[in-house]
Design a protein around this ligand. Structure first.
Ligand SMILES: CC(C)(COP(=O)(O)OP(=O)(O)OC[C@H]1O[C@@H](n2cnc3c(N)ncnc32)[C@H](O)[C@@H]1OP(=O)(O)O)[C@@H](O)C(=O)NCCC(=O)NCCS
Length: 277
């Protein structure tokens, strides 16, 4: 069963399907042997998620949805968990999404329970309005993910939060508007902060991007102070995303080019997505 199918059955056949794409990632790791991770992107309105949440939420996740939550936070919690369950379904189709709980840890990081197997699994997720991305990964290979809207109005703020050297690096490799370059830079740092579990509580200089390289799958990045990690940045429409994971020789990422193109297309669809369209 694929992530898409699992999401559909969780939602019920009568409902219009939300946008869901998932993608398995091959991880070639000499220390542990080959492993797999899975990415998912999901986009759905709050009323759909509320109407179908019994199909994908664990009781402990349901308990997070208190009446005091602002609608925006409720939407973020639900779409983030939904994307995470889609990623988990792509990685472990044998698991019931309702038996898996993603609860906040003491640093507010997502902690997955219920996926008992020989391999501990981790989750990273990010939401932007009705859209979320998530990556399910073996704990042996820590990852972080981020998703942001590209907004020209944020250029001044993002410029103030980045180094001229980083901005020059991106400008040399990405012939796109400044708002997109800066947002992609920001996503890379935030995804690294999630892989490290510190979030943006550290001086941003620590998360600086140290190198970038055009790759078939998007823009590849390395970090000035975390040489063991690599980043992958992509953007479509007004959405930018980044995935951070250990870099070679620890881990070599293998992605099917056709599936990656489909995933990228889904990001563009999600960017253009309007409720009720
Ligand atoms: C993590 C952080 C960068 C996310 O920023 P954001 O742009 O607001 O939100 P995103 O949608 O991209 O990501 C949100 C998700 O990040 C994850 N997250 C939160 N804190 C995290 C951390 N320390 N490490 C890894 N992931 C984290 C959560 O899954 C969260 O979604 P959820 O609350 O719905 O489960 C930001 O919230 C942050 O810096 N948090 C630090 C919090 C912290 O250290 N608290 C200490 C409490 S003692």
């Amino acid at each position: 069963m694929t992530g898409e199918e699992s999401a559909e059955s969780a939602a019920g056949p009568e409902a219009a399907r939300p946008l869901v794409r998932s993608l398995r990632l091959g991880l070639d790791a000499p220390r542990t042997g080959p492993m797999q991770a899975a990415l998912a992107l999901a986009c759905a309105p709050l009323d759909w998620l509320d109407a179908h949440r019994a199909g994908f939420l664990h009781a402990d996740e349901e308990a997070l949805l208190t009446d005091r939550l602002h609608a925006r936070r409720r939407h973020g919690l639900l779409i983030g968990r939904y994307a995470a369950k889609c990623a988990l379904a792509a990685l472990r189709p044998d698991l019931d999404p309702r038996a898996l709980a993603i609860r906040p840890g003491v640093l507010e990081q997502p902690v997955l329970s219920g996926a008992s197997s020989e391999q501990n699994l981790g989750i990273s997720l990010s939401h932007a309005g009705p859209v979320a991305v998530a990556v399910a990964f073996p704990e042996a290979c820590p990852m972080g993910i981020d998703l942001e809207r590209i907004r020209p109005a944020n250029v001044a703020l993002l410029t103030s939060q980045t180094h001229a050297a980083e901005r020059r690096l991106l400008a040399a490799h990405l012939a796109v508007p400044e708002a997109e370059r800066l947002t992609r830079l920001w996503c890379l740092k935030e995804a690294l902060s999630k892989a490290l579990r510190c979030g943006l509580t550290v001086p941003l200089d620590l998360l600086a991007v140290g190198g970038v390289e055009a790759k078939a799958t998007g823009l590849g990045a390395t970090f000035a102070n975390f040489a063991q990690y690599q980043g992958l940045s992509l953007a479509a429409g007004n959405l930018a995303a980044a995935l951070v994971l250990p870099r070679p020789p620890a881990v070599t990422l293998a992605i099917d080019a056709r599936e990656w193109a489909t995933f990228r297309h889904a990001l563009a669809e999600a960017a253009a997505w309007e409720p009720g369209a």
